[in-house]
Design a protein around this ligand. Sequence first.
Ligand SMILES: [Zn+2]
Length: 458
Amino acid sequence: MKKIKNGFIVKEGNNLQKVTIYIEDGKIRFVMPGNDNSYEVSEEVDAEGNVVFSGFIDPHVHFDDPGFTDREDFETGTRSAAAGGITTIIDMPCTSIPPVTSGDNFDNKLNIVSKKAYIDFAFWGGVTPEQIKNGEYKKTLRELKDRGIVGVKFYTISGMDLYPRMPVPQMHRAFEYLKKLNLICGVHAEDFYLVDFYSSLLQKQGRSDPYAWFEGRVYQAEAEAIWSVIGITQKVGNKLHIVHLSSKEGLHAVKWGKTHGIDITTETCPHYLLFNVEDLTRMGAILKTAPPVRRKEDNLALWEGLKDGTIDFISTDHAAGKFPEEKSGPNIWKDYAGIPGTQLVASTIIMYAHHENGFTLEKVQKLLSENAARRYGLYPLKGSLNIGTDADFTIVNINEEFTVDATKLESKGKYSPLNGSKLRGKVKKTIVRGEVVFDDKVGVLNKKGFGKLVKSML
Ligand SMILES: [Zn+2]
């Protein structure tokens, strides 16, 4: 048995309670008030008076392994997550070769990434329009369900050759089957026709400046696509999740769904909360994402959406481009759309949600841990401090400040729109199933291959 001493867990609101946490076989065994010495232990972890959160989860990352490992791989991705206080990530099915669209492809990816993972991970599964047309999808989605995927990812617009966009008829059939399998349908929502036409038009006009990216990814395209998939979900009755929500009008559509009996959830990312098109114009490709960052009023609306619960949790959509070559070109269309965000998300949310926007620590813990775990069937094993569940913790000095140095990120993508800015809320230790995988004093510890697959219990 081991214990964590001198730590404070979050009770209600901002109330903290000093506790001693005993861990046995990677599970939480006892949580005792104050400094407790009731049980003999072989190892002590000193939380040094800091807050011990239930381990943070990043439910939307692209770690690119196998296939696009010149951008990121599971080793650098999970090291980056560990250094940022993330104890579990959920990896997307589409940014690896082959994509996770069958049991064999899942097994292949699992075999490769298991040897590299520093923290625990779950997988999103995938399906292509071709598989739906030829009827293969029922077999492959069943295989993926049996292997524990948290949900299936859909794109209404896609830049990926191996993972094309899903037209309405095929999406309807997939949603019907996924309802039977009780799996979440995750959707990247931007209307293809609007974005495709106006992006092409701007390119024909010779525009290649960062603002053209914002203009081409038409503002209304997000809400338009969300309304479409809500329309399908209202007929089918499946579970729907909108990924990386970026706009006030998109939020409005999600809110309509929530108040009209649709089983819909959503997430947003730090860049949609903190940055807007003025920053994109100034920073250029560093801040290029899809969907793009929007306007100041969208930033404000998303904060309101988080506050009132319309937005259920935070993700990063971590996607590292090759830096600098894919993130600094003179032509915005040619640059890579994505930011490696997993290492900074916890500090960013503690600073901007808690310190600047008055979110309680309880709310922060829900947004970064519990809510995603519940939605994806990982709770209470992950996302809780219940006795008998995985001893995953993120220990944070919520008042310690530091300046972001992107060159020191563990990710292969050593860039960030936050580079050079000050954050308040420093991750001191990351603990996965009772093992310290990151310690602020020494860095990421040598635990390569320790991370394990977590299966959805949905
Ligand atoms: Zn993504």
